[in-house]
Design a protein around this ligand. Structure first.
Ligand code: 1GP
Length: 273
């Protein structure tokens, strides 16, 4: 057992791909697919990922707050891998969300939870599973801002106030000092999107990339986040509702806007963080 655990060599390719792409292209777009049997079969998830890749997305995130079947997560990722060549990164809603089929995992701590289980408890319990899966680890501080959605409710977050950007920026800065590689600012899936003031202040304060998500559903939303300094924009609900209906055309319009409005940004993130 110990041999198996110690033999695995940590891979770094997905992280380097992301940092290099942010530095060269500007803001990235992530497509979030929930591996939930109530929502869709693996084949449908594969189709969604296919249209997202055609539309220009930069990576596929796999996750949801209510994932409950590890085998179904594996099957969903395998179906997606048949359709796309993009990095597939786990965005864990809990321990059942780990799969060796993915390329990497956002190994997240919900720093503003009031319950230590969500800050370090479930991460410790999942650590051997993650090690055995030989996944690339991308340590990520997850901060949940009002209204927080399902993620906020489940993780018992002390929601960061929308009107107090300095509080979110303080948590973000502390996370950077702890050595996290990314900050993920979450408003909650399907929620009212984050105030741009929060993204702007965090972007000005931090020297690590910022992921933003929750409620992004228009060209204007995306442009506002790019202008505020977001490095990666995540969209999930929009994908679920649109990509199979219009073959990804409306998603492409949003991703085109992200790429066009961020191409002159000068980023110089270091992969050695
Ligand atoms: C949720 O940030 C993501 O964790 C995406 O949110 O589903 O609202 O796009 P949406």
């Amino acid at each position: 057992m110990v041999d198996v655990l110690t033999k695995n060599i940590l891979k770094t390719s997905a992280y380097e791909y992301l940092i290099n792409k942010i530095n060269s292209d500007g803001t990235l777009h992530f497509s979030l697919i929930d591996p939930d049997p109530i929502k869709q079969k693996p084949s449908k998830a594969g189709q969604m990922a296919f249209f997202a890749e055609q539309a220009g997305t930069d990576a596929i995130l796999i996750g949801g707050s209510t994932v409950f079947d590890q085998r179904f997560v594996d099957k969903t990722i395998m179906a997606i891998k048949e359709k796309v060549s993009l990095p597939i990164i786990i965005f864990p809603g809990g321990i059942a969300n780990v799969s060796k089929e993915a390329d990497a995992i956002l190994f997240m701590s919900i720093l503003n939870s009031e319950d230590p289980y969500f800050i370090i408890g479930q991460q410790a319990l999942a650590s051997y599973t993650v090690k055995m899966a030989n996944l690339e680890i991308i340590s990520t501080a997850y901060l949940i801002i009002e209204p927080g959605g399902t993620a906020g409710w489940i993780s018992k977050a002390k929601l960061l106030p929308r009107k107090k950007p300095k509080l979110t920026a303080a948590y973000s800065l502390a996370a950077e000092y702890f050595g996290f590689k990314f900050i993920y600012l979450e408003a909650g899936s399907g929620s009212e999107r984050l105030p741009t003031e929060i993204v702007r202040l965090c972007s000005n304060m931090l020297s690590i990339p910022i992921i933003v998500g929750g409620g992004v559903s228009s060209i204007e939303d995306a442009r506002n986040f790019v202008e505020a300094g977001a490095d990666i924009i995540v969209m999930g609900t929009f994908l679920e509702n649109k990509v199979l209906k219009d073959d990804g055309n409306s998603l492409k319009a949003i991703i085109d806007e992200i790429k066009n409005s961020s191409k002159n940004r000068k980023n110089n993130y270091c992969t050695k963080n």
